[in-house]
Design a protein around this ligand. Structure first.
Ligand SMILES: C[S@@+](CC[C@H](N)C(=O)[O-])C[C@H]1O[C@@H](n2cnc3c(N)ncnc32)[C@H](O)[C@@H]1O
Length: 246
């Protein structure tokens, strides 16, 4: 890990928006903001792993009061420096355990960021932490990929996802522990550099159990933010769990 900012330190933060440009387009952002604004329903929203504000800023722009938790000062400094950044409160810490002030109508965790918690215990803690922030009747929303184990033939542990003339990217899987890592090998001036980031992949049904442990129930599961049906072919899901109303 690079520094106390975790895997999203200064060098990653400096190029995050550019390297994730496809996720900043209106097509990617607007449906998420629409749904989250609807779920907030006039109340407050809490983003776990708020980053540079890709979702938090447009959501705040709709008039929803938004607060974020993130361990990376480098990422959140970019958020705060953007227009409207001063309207989004930030608490620095681990979103599995850190408490933000107040209670919220909706908490959300997007862009596969639940996978950044590399143990099952930490993922369970994250659900408990979300539930602890929610008002009765509030919702926790997670956007995450369905584990791509169907791409792994027996005996194989790596799946390439980006092959170029000077860049190779691949995921490695340990199906015994659900640990996975994304690896990036870049060749510059004849020298190869390797970087990697660890994740824990997690199944939709496993998330439902985590939600139950935290006292929440599945309310909706879609393939995407616009309510597309979730099927056996879906490669990701947007799931909404509800904390019971008192
Ligand atoms: C892939 S980025 C997503 C940022 C933003 N949500 C977005 O959609 O663009 C993941 C963010 O989560 C933060 N993060 C990862 N693990 C974390 C943890 N355990 N606690 C707090 N922040 C974490 C990183 O610092 C980073 O800002």
């Amino acid at each position: 890990m690079s520094d106390e900012d975790g895997y999203f330190g200064e060098s990653v933060a400096a190029r995050y928006d550019e390297s994730s440009a496809g996720m900043f387009t209106p097509d990617a952002v607007d449906p998420a903001v629409d749904l989250l604004a609807r779920l907030a329903g006039g109340g407050r929203a809490l983003e776990f792993g708020v980053g540079t504000g890709r979702i938090a800023l447009p959501l705040a722009g709709r008039g929803v009061p938004v607060h974020g938790i993130d361990m990376s000062r480098a990422m959140t400094a970019r958020l705060s420096a953007k227009p409207g950044g001063d309207t989004v409160g930030v608490t620095i810490g681990d979103f599995a355990t850190t408490r933000a002030p107040g209670s919220f109508a909706v908490a959300y965790l997007v862009f596969n960021t639940i996978n950044n918690l590399t143990t099952q215990d930490a993922q369970v803690d994250c659900f408990r932490n979300a539930a602890g922030h929610l008002e009765p009747g509030g919702c926790f929303v997670v956007e995450v990929g369905v584990p791509e184990l169907r791409l792994l033939p027996p005996g194989q542990t790596a799946v390439p996802f980006g092959i170029g003339p000077a860049e190779w990217a691949f995921d490695t899987y340990d199906t015994a522990t659900q640990a996975m890592s994304s690896h990036y090998v870049t060749v510059r001036d004849g020298r190869a550099e390797h970087s990697s980031i660890p994740f824990r992949y997690v199944w939709p049904a496993e998330l439902d159990l985590m939600a139950r442990i935290a006292g929440m129930r599945l309310r909706d599961r879609w393939e995407g933010w616009s309510g597309e049906p979730f099927t056996h072919e879906s490669r990701r899901h947007v799931s909404v769990w509800e904390k019971p109303a008192d």
